[in-house]
Design a protein around this ligand. Sequence first.
Ligand code: NAD
Length: 511
Amino acid sequence: MTQLAEQADETSASLPTVGHWIGGHPVAGRSGRQGPVFDPATGRQAKWVDFASVDEVDAVVAAAKAAYPAWRATSLSKRTDILFKIRNLVDQHRKDIAALITAEHGKVPSDALGEVARGLENLEFACGVPHLLKGGYSEGVSTGVDVYQIRQPLGVVAGVTPFNFPAMVPMWMFANALACGNAFILKPSEKDPSASLFIAELLREAGVPDGVFSVIQGDKVAVDAILQHPGIEAVSFVGSTPIARYIYETGTRNGKRVQALGGAKNHMLVLPDADVAMAADAAVSAAYGSSGERCMAIATVVAVGSVGDPLVKAIEDRLPKINVGPGSDPSAEMGPLVTLQHRDKVASYLDSAAEQGATVVTDGREHPLYRKGDGYFLGVCLIDNVRPEMDAYRDEIFGPVLTVVRAESYEEALGLINDNPYGNGTAIFTRDGGAARQFQYDVNVGMVGVNVPIPVPVAYYSFGGWKASLFGDLHMYGPEGIQFYTRSKVITARWPDPGTSKIDLGFPRTR
Ligand code: NAD
């Protein structure tokens, strides 16, 4: 196979550069540091992206701080009006955003459009912010005394996002953050930075005041500057578990509120009574959609008892029909992986699984696009008879590799899922309502599907895993997103006749 040059070469000097968005305008980076942005379907460098320095992070925080008081004071009805406009502009530009995603991430257009659609749901939820920010009021808690609770924005907040959803995950964050009256700074993935700048333009067009929404491009330098900046009150993060843990520990040590969503290893438990064809369709869709680069992808099927053989056969039979290709091919259902390095790491699990005793049923390296060597393609991979101690089971592979573990019983399958360090999503496939109900009770995972392989909650619930899939107390978007981006304040008030006023050093009492 031809080795692809993933490093930038001299001819790349003339390529366009993706910069920052500060104070309501595009701003070119000044640090002198940049990273290459590739087209994963060709393996060629397409752009550069600027990497911010600490000074540039200071500048973006200063712009956000300056914009925050007026945004906070903007009435709920005016903010809602702007949110509706953002929603409509994103809706009108679905295809433009999806095209940027396909160009830099590699996912096929239908998948990229799906990402934008799920992001839009978060904007729609945020349009209901006047209702969501309603507090509580108790009249007459004591004679002439009322108590009420209000929710206020935090100030300047930041979001650090992963490569696999360059539009949706930012929308998970900024929709509610802005709706609640915060100023928001986005640090997108350096692998696919362009969608964020396009969205910034839409926000400006919708009437978001300059400085209320900013984009700072970069790497660890920018993220560390965000984590240490005293002007930033809270950080939302989505990415891999080691970095999520680091963000949570560093951010909270610096006094910030942090929600840090990490990696995943999602299991699909199939009971012997399940409809095999339906379970196979679901496993294939959930394992290979977006080339397996989804935090809610099914990574492992746990086949209980007699369902194992027919299920693996049904999955295997479906694989030749999956059309792998570049986003420019309208018939393609699965695109390339994001980088060459990632593609090769994913492929390495085929060798280690075979060496450790698993059965490689379908090897994606036999796909013609992998053999041709243009772009970071890998065909779909299926590995059976995987055991919990194998690397292919233990690691988050994040590629088009479905592993199958055989279990003797429901209890063994459940134990496997509950012992796994990750707890993002899981699903059970069965026709037995009682078994499904027991599973939802027993399983230590944050998002559970019953005959639904990718149970991503709708925008009016919240998204988040358990265990090593989330560090922090609040899940993302939905009602918990509103909680995350606001602080509650409780007011106790009385309006007595000054003539009745007297000194009382006793403990404040209500009766
Ligand atoms: P990543 O952790 O490598 O990067 C995420 C972000 O952190 C990027 O913006 C990156 O620039 C920054 N970053 C990377 N290394 C850093 C460091 N050392 N210090 C500070 N910042 C750093 O993740 P990724 O590869 O972009 O995304 C894939 C991962 O994200 C997978 O593990 C996937 O499961 C996870 N993910 C989780 C969810 C979820 O909701 N739980 C959703 C999507 C993706």
